[in-house]
Write a protein that binds this ligand. Sequence first.
Ligand code: CA
Length: 233
Amino acid sequence: MKNKSADNLKKFISVAVGALLVLASLAVAIPAFASPDQGDGYWSDTFTDSTGINASASTNISVSGGDVTLAVDTQDTPVVAFNDSFETTSINTSKWTNSGWTSVTDYKHDGSRSVKATRWQTSWRTYNLTSADINLSAATSATLDFYFMEYWSLSNSGYLNVYYYDGSNWNFITRVDTAVSSYQNNWEHFTASISLPTYRISNFRIRFEARVAYSTAYWIDQLTVTKTVTIQP
Ligand SMILES: [Ca+2]
C-alpha cells in the first residue's frame, strides 16, 4: 500500500517546481525596469517651445556627456528686403516718397532706366528720395547696396547724402560723392552693412538727399537692401 503522505509530498514538489519554472521564465521575459533617473529607458525633455516639435521635419540629435540634447539645424539665409532697379517710367510711389528726383533713360547701371536729381538753375535745392518701410526686425545682418553716378559742374557745393531712419529720427550715414565727376556711365558702387543694434526695426528707411544747382547731377540705380534671417527647416 502506497504511502499517501508520500504521494502528496511528490505532488506538492511537482507543483512547486512547476511554479518556480513559470516564475523563472517570467523573470526572463519581463526584465525589471530601470529606475526612472538612471540607465536605459530614461527620457526627459525640456521642450518649452510653444510650437512643439514639427513632426514633418527631420531633426539631428547630438549626444554630449551622457545627456541627450536635441539640436535643430538652422540656416542663415540672405533675402531681399527691398530693391528697385528704377525701371518704371515714373518713380514707384509704393516704394519711394520723392521730391525732385525723376526717372531717366540717359544713364543706367542695369535695365534701361535710373533715377536722377539735377537742377540747371543757379539757386541750390535739396531733393529727397525716401524709401518706404523696410522690415529688418528679424534680421541677423543687413546690407545696403546701390550704384551711383555724379556730375559736378561746380565742385564743393553739391552733394549726395545717405540717411537712415531709426524709427524716430533720421541719421546721417555718409556722403557718397567723391568730389570727382564720374560722368558718362562711370558708375560707382556703394555697399555697406546696416548697424542692426540701431536699425533692427520693422520700419527702417533710407533717404537720399541730393543738393543740386548749376547742372550738378546725381544718378542712382540697382538698389538692394539684403537681410540675413535665420530659418529653421
Ligand atoms: Ca535700372
